[in-house]
Design a protein around this ligand. Sequence first.
Ligand code: CU
Length: 491
Amino acid sequence: MAQPQTIDGDVTRRGFMGVAASAAAVAGSGGLRHWGAPSPPPRVESLVEPPRIHSWRGRLSATLVIEERECFWAGARRTAVTYNGGVPGPTLVADPGDRVHVRLVNRLSTPTNLHTHGFHVPPGGNADNVMIDVPAGGTFDYQFDIPRDHPAGLNWYHPHPHGDGSRQLFGGAAGAVIFRSEAERRGAAASARDRVLVLQAPEWAADGSLKPWSANLLASQVRLVNGQQNPHVALKAGETERWRIVNASVSDFFDLRLDGHRLTQIAADGNPFSHTVETDVVHIPPGGRAEVLVRAGAPGRYALHALPSDHGAGFVSPDLVLATLDVLPDRRPRRALNPQPLLEPFCDLRTLPLDKQRTITMSMTGGFKMDGKLFDHDRVDHVVELGAVEEWTIVNDSVLAHPFHIHVNPFQVTHVNGQPVDEPGYRDTVTVHPRQSITLRTVFADFTGTSLFHCHITPHSDLGMVGVFEIVPPGEGRAPRPKPPGFLCRL
Ligand SMILES: [Cu+2]
């Protein structure tokens, strides 16, 4: 068994820039390996995280430059669509109540924009407004005022221009955003080291140029964590880490299993769970996030698998090793981490009076459609009232699985195929398998404006599987319902 590189394997402290510097040094020496060249002997590469940009005294200011360029990606120099020259882009770290300012500089030859997936902020103006385009060569200043009662957890940012979003995301343009909880700010949860794992599945031609996405790539062998193929993470026996995992692929459902370990899930889609969920396999749809506690077992080497995933219509992704956990012996006995400070109660939306029910159908007859229609950004498909509690049943009337995602407000899944389920928290993206129905409840809280719900397999949404909803003030003479306690805030 190969030995990890360092005593504790913790070369991530060296940081992203250190790796970039080593890559540059290799490039300078003329020893850079190109895609298609004979493989060197296998070596252990430690997981490297993107650089973090933290808020300071309630403010976070970041410039994100999006451009297509060569960068060091999956062990070689290849073309990518990068934020600030790296894949993935930098991780933004802020707190509820902060003002986040992002200057987006578009150095692509096509329009782009920025979707802050999982943010509960206004859908218009210069906040999470995916209806705007930032033209090639243009700059746009976004401002996100994160509500004080915003859930703490893992969110992410990525381009969302209609028709070209897939190409940019498939090319690597994505980054994580962490909102810290009060417990984390106080340090009560700091005993668990926290890692960001951005999952992507790009593919390149022999010359290192990006291939365009095609459904056939589901069977390919490229699955990356933070731009690395099978990076290693080293923990001491009994040590616990919090892994914040985002599925930033355009079309892969990740079913994660860590050999020899059970995973303790504590949050989904940036929403803390009310109780822990012990599981062997964590499912993360495209666009989704999972936060898990990993407690290292006996010393040894364990594979983190992406298990085969059935997309329907004969498309099945292969079983791949995404990363490897090296557990090192430790004489020091370690107590299990108390997960309680990481959990939050939430308002069970089944207990609230319902204002409206709707059925939304995803289909593939005559195109990738939402409710039988192709996307039209000038048409409003559903008008909802501010403060309304609604129940939506999402029906997949097609042969492929589709991850349903809605912007601005998360939801609580209540039924699968009409059968009740008890969820431990809210989500913003849910897998709907072929011929399946998912029923969810949501509250259109705090913000009016127009936004989108769509399939988060972005090639499907680029082809039209997108609906438009508008949140309007309540009808004449009706006051908006007060926001239920525990919806996007503490009980
Ligand atoms: Cu889809």
